[in-house]
Design a protein around this ligand. Structure first.
Ligand SMILES: [Zn+2]
Ligand SMILES: [Zn+2]
Length: 362
């Protein structure tokens, strides 16, 4: 059996090891993709520290943000727009929902399908083996929708669209139209926050504000469209942060608050939202208690989990068509080789980098 090299978690909190993993035979409609770049995500760090619900067991190939070049296809495939896919095409691909459960077929909300397949937590010793992105090859199951990557989008940015950026596109989909007079305040200055700043600006927001840390991430956010930033390290007092938000929004609070930090940020974010505003809750992890009596009147609370296949396409299109307006490559702040995966994981964990990428040279 053919094999390739991949970064495998064999024990939680222990260094990942580079192992040889089988390259499986392809089911009809499946693809084998040679990975060009895999960006790392906070979720990869959480999964390294312990299973994230769902009863995942080790060993797993880490990573769920891949971009790669089609090496083999079993049969004929088309992309999400109906164009033929051939070996040599550079692609990203969506997660797969079951298509027949209540959420898929009645509610038409496949991103919360309980049987949805996703990457970066699948056993590396069971078929189809290659479902983690920090690997020389990945197996693309037959129902995945395929999105071709235009030449002017780097593999690293395309990889980040496979999780971080498409989640933001999903968020703006749920948010609806952004009006020209609106202020959008973003809680969190990681890659999701910076990408949200760019989309907010692009969608016509009058003002984009951001609260986050550390300073280098906020500098990137400013280049990505944030007009005003507040460094959490400089302002540890939540009351003063709230005052800062009010001072720049006519005393009302922001029209829209987007939370891309963690659950604990939600109660504070609600104090920065105007009555009748929209709160977009994306960042997971941690715990938060909401005092219901203090919620802004007439507000909308929108929760976003992951994304649907069209959001992968929207993220790739945004990267390609807004390339001259926003410095997307600034968000990928450190590049590593496969053998350096532990350094890359440590850099992500310490927030030393905005986003780390593992790049594969052949
Ligand atoms: Zn992710
Ligand atoms: Zn389903």
């Amino acid at each position: 059996m053919r094999e390739c090299r991949a970064a495998v978690i064999t024990e939680h909190n222990k260094p990942l090891t580079i192992q040889r993993v089988p390259i499986p035979d392809l089911d009809p409609g499946a693809l084998l993709v040679r990975i060009t770049a895999s960006t790392l995500c906070g979720t990869d760090i959480h999964r390294w520290h312990g299973p994230l619900g769902g009863g995942d067991t080790l060993p797993i190939i880490t990573g769920h943000e891949p971009c790669g070049i089609v090496e083999e296809i079993n049969g004929k495939r088309t992309d999400i727009l109906g164009n033929p896919v051939k070996p040599g095409d550079r692609i990203v691909w969506s997660y797969v929902a079951c298509g027949s459960c209540y959420y898929c077929s009645v509610a038409v909300q496949p991103c919360i399908c309980p049987d949805r397949a996703s990457w970066g937590h699948n056993r590396a010793d069971q078929f189809p083996f290659l479902l983690g992105s920090v690997s020389e090859y990945m197996y693309v199951p037959p129902p995945c929708l395929i999105i071709k990557v235009p030449d002017n989008v780097t593999s690293a940015s395309a990889a980040a669209s496979a999780c971080a950026y498409r989640t933001i596109m999903h968020g703006f989909d749920r948010l609806g139209a952004v009006k020209a007079h609106e202020t959008i305040l973003i809680q969190g200055s990681g890659p999701l926050g910076s990408f949200a700043a760019a989309v907010a600006k692009d969608h016509g927001a009058k003002q984009v504000m951001m609260i986050g840390a550390p300073a280098p991430r906020l500098e990137v956010a400013k280049r990505m469209g944030a007009d005003l930033v507040l460094n959490l390290d400089d302002e540890p007092d939540a009351k003063k942060r709230r005052q800062w938000a009010r001072d720049h929004t006519g005393g009302r609070g922001a029209d829209v608050v987007i939370q891309v930090a963690n659950n604990a940020a939600v109660p504070e974010g609600l104090t920065m939202l105007r009555g009748g505003g929209r709160y977009l809750h994306i960042g997971a992890g941690g715990k938060g208690m909401i005092p219901v009596e203090a919620m802004p009147q007439q507000m909308d609370f929108l929760h976003v989990r992951s994304a649907e296949p069209r959001h992968w396409l929207q993220a790739i299109d945004f990267l390609s068509t807004r390339k001259d307006r926003f410095p997307f490559e600034d968000m990928i702040s450190a590049s590593y080789k496969l053998e350096e995966v532990n350094e890359a994981m440590a850099a992500m964990e310490s927030y030393k980098v905005v986003k780390a990428v593992i790049e594969f040279a052949y």
